[in-house]
Design a protein around this ligand. Sequence first.
Ligand code: FAS
Ligand code: PHB
Length: 389
Amino acid sequence: MRKQVVIIGAGPSGLLLGRLLDLAGIDNVVLERQTQDYVLARIRAGILEQTTVDLIHRAEAGARLAEEGIKHHAMQLAFDYKAVSIDLSRHTNGKVVTAYGQTEVTRDLCEVRDNAGSATVYEADNVEIHDIDGDAPYVTYLKDGTGHRIDCDLIAGCDGYHGVSRRTVPESAITTYEKIYPFGWLGLLSDTRPVAQEVVYANTERGFALCSMRSMTRSRYYIQCDVDDKVENWSDDAFWDEFRRRLPPEMADALETGPSIEKSIAPLRSFVAEPMCFGRLMLAGDAAHVVPPTGAKGLNLAASDIHYMYDAILGFLQDRNAAALDEYSRRALARVWKAERFAWWLTTLTHRFNDDPFEQRMKEAELAYITTSDAGRQMVAENYVGLPL
Ligand code: FAS
Ligand code: PHB
């Protein structure tokens, strides 16, 4: 079989790229290791930047998002059990973020691709990438025990942090940067009324807590936990008790609790691989970079990578511009590093992970400064809504 582009991974970045290429008439196929149900069952991100919303509409997959997405004009930082609202729109000439789960984004992209008869191979085992340094790369995989080969022009590695794409690149050709945080996030999803109308990042002496939502009747909450903690250690009641203790009193009093629909622990790391292009293989999303979810950047960076990769693919295939692939890496990394900084900064500022009293005072002073200074609020707002593409 021959395709112009083989996309590895049917997460948000792979599905979005496949859809945009379909609309541009670029012949492509998505190879996914898991079943579609498995991919659709994952609970991950919840906040979309406007650039991500715009891309989903460009992919003609935004109808439900337009109807059900909840626009947030502000976000809140809480410390010493007092919440301070950061007016996002005021500091960014009217920009907002939209609360809409990654699960729903994935579902919408799957649906629009399935309806268009797009080529997606689920349960593609043992995907391997070959000859990325030549002008005739190809991909092999197993499906139901039968071996397949796809010759192509380009390969898009959209297979996440643990995927095969980055591992295909020789160590001598790639530089990685990594910071592993000494704590994790215990997340809970429940059909309860959200305790706040905006996302709340709370820094307390007991640790970090985050209030988010999926709709006006479905809440997504997180608490900082030990890096080696286990979800089995946390009954729903234990989660609610601890979560309530980390909220400002008026939120703690108003908190509606209920049975968890999902409960999981995610480790936190910052990670970047440079460059993001190796011959005919380009990396996007978590295959190339990971951020701690504190800045709500992971999914949004995956989307902006696809914005740049789409330009590069058309430049390379339609305009025969050989420099387009390296240009992709340069453009994407410029935005990735700025988002990595913001996610690292907000994570460090809002979490408790050492007993250094001086560091704690520095955090309190920084929180006091950014919440009482227009310049400080503007810095938070313009990074949170997403820097320009
Ligand atoms: P994904 O990891 O979503 O998708 C990669 C796909 O490739 C998967 O479907 C995988 O099955 C497939 N794959 C892997 N190896 C393969 C192989 N060898 N062959 C074929 N297919 C293969 N971001 C936020 O902004 N906010 C959050 O709250 C948040 N929470 C998160 C919680 C968890 C537990 C995790 C892991 C991530 C979280 N993220 C969050 C980040 C997350 O949303 C990612 O940024 C986003 O999923 C990136 O999308 P993709 O790059 O498409 O990668
Ligand atoms: C979420 O809704 O899951 C969410 C929101 C904001 C974050 C991280 C996760 O920073």
